[in-house]
Design a protein around this ligand. Sequence first.
Ligand code: DAH
Length: 367
Amino acid sequence: MENLQQLENDLLQQIQTAADIKSLEEARVSALGKKGIITEKMKNLGSLSLEEKIAAGKMLNVLKTTIEKAIDNKKAELETLELNRKLSTERIDVTLPIRPENQGRIHPVSKIYEEVAAIFGQMGFDVAEGPDIEDQFHNFNALNMPANHPARQMQDTFYIANPDSTDFDDSFVVRTHTSGIQIRTMEVKKPPIRIIAPGRTYRSDFDATHTPMFHQVEGLVVDKTTNMAHLKGCLYDFVKAFFEVDDIKVRYRPSYFPFTEPSAEMDIGCRKGKGELKIGEGDDWLEILGCGMVHPKVLQAGGIDPDEYQGFAFGMGIDRLAMLKYGIPDLRTFFESDLRWLKHYGFVPLDTSSMTGGLSNNGGLAR
Ligand code: DAH
């Protein structure tokens, strides 16, 4: 039995000196594996007499348990060491600033989306969406612009062939405005409705203030007593919050849109001059959006009874708002993907817009 004691000492020594999990595993295999030394000894018990078998079996079991325990303890110790090593070498300081060359920027259009959603969100509006490729019903007909209506010519439309029909009236369009989302919303939602619908829009036009793809945000409010005073109050609060100016003059000029009656355009007071635009001061006016009371035919097309409900709607250009608020002179540069431009006019991602935390976060100055 002496040699068993010696074996135990040797095995324990091997376990204790294992420098890592791998050499510990080797020690385990050499003792307890299929061909391990303890396993072999247990196999040999069969050749002993009954008495010897009982005595030796007992001792081997004790030895086996001792070795298993020693391996478990050593394993836990090595794992803790390994974890501590990882914790000290793989530590990341999350408070370190991002390397300037890796810093992304939020595009001014995305920033304006956020700002507009923050303002109307606080007034209780939901955000609605619609498809970029639209059918003529939602883009035109349901908005009181039947085929051959002259207003269709006002919007330089891109048409897309319908693979299932050669009839021009069945062709699709890339939406010329976000107004179709009014119809899509009314189709699935019963009043009271209060939504804004931001999105990409498309027209065949290209100069410093027009690009074939641009962005709009639509607004729609429908309820039993919604009226023009609600429209005026809502939009007045919007421009005040958006331009971050407490004292701002607004005026409404009569206008025409097929989907509203009466229709108006809203201007805000400003001072133009010397390459500078100051909003909230001066005697000049700047057109900012189109709006009006939803035409009864439009309510009807959306499945809403115009004898019971009425509403107001508005639509404005997001890119134009970005140009005005952040002093960006040429719309075409918005879509050139020039990183130098984005670094100059873009926004730091963590500066999110909110009505309580600040809208533009930098007082309206682009960085
Ligand atoms: N859809 C119009 C356009 O693209 C903008 C517009 C004007 C939307 C008046 C409206 C509205 O909802 O009431 O020019």
